[in-house]
Ligand binder design. Structure first.
Ligand SMILES: [Zn+2]
Length: 80
């Protein structure tokens, strides 16, 4: 079990745990508390946004763009 409020990334393992918990009748709000994720994020997991074939999008702290991490644009800029 994961400590409440811990900041975590959605690893494939956690994604699968959440999906199976949802499949067993757990509620989005419950899981959000257990994993310390937002309800929105749990919903995204349920919708398959974190499946291996689909990369989730994040707000880049470097350029502010909606990108897959690591941000390619910032990588390119960093190399110039
Ligand atoms: Zn960026």
């Amino acid at each position: 079990m994961i400590a409440h409020g811990q900041k975590l990334k959605v690893t494939p393992e956690i994604r699968d745990e959440i999906k199976s918990a949802l499949g067993h009748g757990s509620r989005v709000g419950e899981l959000a508390k257990v994993y310390g994720f937002s309800r929105q994020l749990i919903t995204l997991v349920r919708k398959g946004k974190f499946d291996d074939r689909v990369e989730p999008y994040f707000r880049c702290s470097g350029c502010g763009g909606k990108v897959t991490m690591p941000c390619r644009l910032c990588n390119i800029r960093g190399e110039m």
